[in-house]
Design a protein around this ligand. Structure first.
Ligand code: HEM
Length: 134
């Protein structure tokens, strides 16, 4: 598996642990104020990161070069900062709003880097892995 796929999966599982932790915290306390943070950590942090990892695992040619690492760094930074600041905002800290806004834009930039990678032609000379015989 390309290193970038492994990195995305390892990061995704950390987000899932935090996301489920917040879910359980809400369920136990009966206070659902931070449901937005829970949903975004699980969907942007766990589901989307794991999908990125799956894409690179299935397309090793697209995992080559510096762009996938830029994708990982920008996207993960955006989601991590957004997760913490959104949690704090929803917990009653309105001062966090600009940080949530800024980190959302960083997250979008990470997604745009991925869109570029998906649409750009794959590098030459990296053969796709042969499919296992049925
Ligand atoms: C043990 C694991 C989990 C627990 C205990 C949990 C708990 C909760 C709770 C208490 C709510 C608030 C419901 C409400 O206020 O209406 C919620 C909402 C939500 N959860 Fe989870 N959750 C878990 C896992 C997940 C996962 C893995 C995902 C996504 C991959 C997810 C996505 C969502 C979403 C999108 C909402 C918002 C639903 C809405 O507003 O209609 N949750 N969860």
């Amino acid at each position: 598996m390309p290193r970038i796929a492994d990195l995305f999966f390892k990061t995704a599982i950390l987000f899932l642990v935090v996301g489920i932790g917040i879910g359980l915290m809400m369920a136990i306390s009966g206070n659902h104020d931070v449901v937005g943070a829970h949903a975004h950590i699980n969907l942007l942090g766990w589901v989307t990161s794991a999908l990125f990892g799956g894409y690179y695992a299935l397309n090793p040619a697209k995992a080559e070069g510096r762009l996938p690492m830029a994708h990982y760094a920008v996207y993960t930074l955006g989601v991590a900062v957004m997760s913490v600041s959104l949690f704090m905002l929803l917990s009653g800290n309105p001062a966090m709003e600009p940080i949530v806004a800024l980190s959302s834009i960083v997250t979008l930039l990470g997604v745009l880097v991925f869109a570029w990678i998906v649409f750009a032609p794959a590098r030459q000379g990296i053969a796709p892995r042969p499919m296992a015989a049925e």
